[in-house]
Write a protein that binds this ligand. Structure first.
Ligand code: TA6
Length: 298
């Protein structure tokens, strides 16, 4: 693991690429003509994305801890190599180990049109094998422009096939959850939490008025959060994922969560590009899969 000084010496560019510590974690900050983006090397987790003259499109808990061993509450946590609880061993961490691992900063690159790309990697090691026995190499590429693009690519470097589930667990900021409406999931089937009965959304728009944990299947649609911030609409595109999770803990669950304020549920909703249920990914040796999401103002 490189120190902040080593990272600065290697990657910093005045006014464009800088590093700072947030509590115990190393953060890279990208600033370009389009936006500002902060990303934690721990978890390869985007923390904020602020297009020029706009508010942060992502939500971060004011009570989140920024230290190893804890998941950061907000931004875009990476769930890999499993989404949710482990399917056979409760002692393993919820949502896998990717968000609990320090990733390696591989490259910071200026792209055409003044966009900036940041690539972080992680690969199998004795540490990851305590959780998951496979050889793999994963890459997270984040492109900062007017839109924020996040691509998680997993490569199978093992001599056997493996299977994984995953999610880009994006926390979107909303001014007031009571006014926000999600478009893009009409006529889409979903499971609620861990229930095994399928339901279908008939409505054009989803309003969040209680705890929601909907796992929509067979959908690659773009979702729009109408009236997310200041009457604006945030769009969430995705690729390489056929499950979309919409999660808001609502009041009662928030009261039980130590790392969020009691009223936090009013200011975010998660819309997640997931690979789950029948959409789990199987990779043969040498194969790879990319799950992507793009966050933008409509
Ligand atoms: O994506 C929804 C979900 O799986 C919920 O069930 C809820 O537990 C949430 O993720 C947050 O999980 P976390 O482990 O970050 O508290």
């Amino acid at each position: 693991m490189k120190t902040l000084i080593e990272l600065t010496n290697r990657f910093a560019m005045e006014g464009q690429v800088s590093f700072y510590k947030k509590q115990e974690l190393d953060i890279i900050q990208i600033t370009n003509k389009h936006a500002q983006m902060d990303l934690s090397l721990y978890g390869a987790q985007v923390l904020s994305f602020i297009p020029n003259n706009e508010e942060d499109l992502l939500w971060m808990s004011s009570l989140s801890e920024f230290k190893q061993g804890k998941a950061i509450r907000g931004g875009i946590p990476l769930c890999f190599p499993w989404f949710g609880p482990h399917d056979s061993d409760d002692s393993l961490p919820q949502h896998g180990f990717a968000r609990l691992s320090v990733w390696n900063l591989e490259e910071v690159k200026q792209l055409e049109d003044d966009r900036t790309s940041v690539t972080l990697t992680i690969q199998s090691s004795p540490d990851t094998k305590k959780y998951w026995p496979h050889e793999f190499y994963a890459e997270l590429t984040v492109i900062v422009g007017k839109e924020l693009e996040v691509n998680l690519t997993v490569n199978n470097t093992d001599s056997d096939s493996f299977k994984y589930t995953s999610a880009l667990h994006t926390y979107l900021a909303v001014g007031d959850i009571n006014n926000a409406k999600i478009e893009g999931l009409k006529n889409t089937e979903y499971y609620w939490g861990f229930e095994d009965t399928i339901q279908k959304q008939d409505d054009e728009l989803l309003s969040i008025t209680k705890e929601e944990n909907r796992r929509y299947i067979n959908t690659s649609n773009t979702c729009f959060i109408q009236n997310s911030l200041n009457n604006k609409t945030t769009a969430i595109d995705k690729k390489g994922s056929n499950v979309t999770v919409v999660w808001n803990p609502w009041q009662e669950t928030c009261l039980q969560m130590k790392d969020v304020e009691n009223e936090a549920y009013k200011s975010f909703v998660c819309v997640e590009a997931a690979n789950y249920y029948y959409d789990y990914i199987v990779l043969k040796p040498g194969e790879s899969h990319t799950t992507s999401t793009k966050i933008r103002l409509k």
